[in-house]
Write a protein that binds this ligand. Structure first.
Ligand code: DC
Length: 220
């Protein structure tokens, strides 16, 4: 069973995908974490996001590992970067870096290798359209920008990251624009994806809805 979940920033994809994978006994692939690892590596080397040659070279060579943990740990070039890649600045840089064709090709190739082993829930922006177009179930998870900004704000506040809700909303709208208008694999819903709008739904309700959809897909 391969389940591909796409949607805009802050729709709850990571949390939902992780819990769904756990519930169904599947592996979990956070493809956005891979773009974030490339972004963090570039930033630490003092390289700009528009240095396309360097970005591609980093995407091809950076060592990315997902290690067990709850939540799953992300290692980049031998260092645990699970928290570092969640900084809002790294997210913005990841969005910029993800517009580079060479970066996408390098990461998509790695992602397809991981997905090829089967039994996985993967989430991102192009999971159902590019990485795994043959997925058994494709879901497009979304919510209004205000709801998504509020969730992100609560999440960051709990982690002690000081940002205002307005600032988050501004960044989120900018990220939506960048993710949807880029030339390379823009965020869009696959034709055969199920649209799930999560305003007013709890995480548990969303996970249960997706588990039912997965069951139906498995029976089909
Ligand atoms: O899901 P996220 O916020 O961790 O993703 C960070 C950025 O990476 C996002 O703005 C767009 C990019 N991304 C992408 O282009 N394709 C993916 N499959 C996953 C993420």
């Amino acid at each position: 069973m391969v389940i591909a979940i796409d949607g805009p920033a802050g729709a709850g994809k990571s949390t939902v995908a992780r819990l769904l994978a756990k519930k169904l006994g599947l592996r979990y692939l956070d493809t956005g974490a891979m773009y974030r690892c490339v972004a963090l590596t570039l930033a630490r080397r003092g390289l700009a996001a528009d240095d396309t040659a360097s970005a591609q070279s980093v995407a091809e060579s950076v060592k990315i590992e997902f290690r067990p943990g709850d939540p799953q740990r992300v290692w980049c070039n031998g260092e645990d970067v699970t928290e570092a890649i969640r900084q809002p600045e790294v997210g913005d840089l990841a969005s910029a870096v993800s517009t580079i064709g060479g970066v996408r090709r390098a990461l998509v190739q790695r992602q397809r290798e991981i997905v090829g082993e089967g039994g996985i829930v993967l989430e991102g922006r192009d999971a159902g359209t590019v990485i795994a177009p043959e997925a058994d179930l494709k879901v497009f998870l979304t919510a209004t920008p205000q709801e998504r900004a509020r969730r992100r704000w609560l999440e960051l506040r709990d982690k002690g990251v000081p940002v205002s809700e307005d600032e988050i909303l501004r960044r989120l709208l900018e990220r939506d624009r960048q993710d949807q208008t880029r030339e390379e694999s823009p965020l869009r819903m696959a034709e055969d994806a199920v649209l799930v709008e999560t305003d007013g739904m709890s995480i548990t309700e969303v996970v249960e809805r997706l588990a039912r959809l997965a069951q139906e897909a498995g029976e089909a």
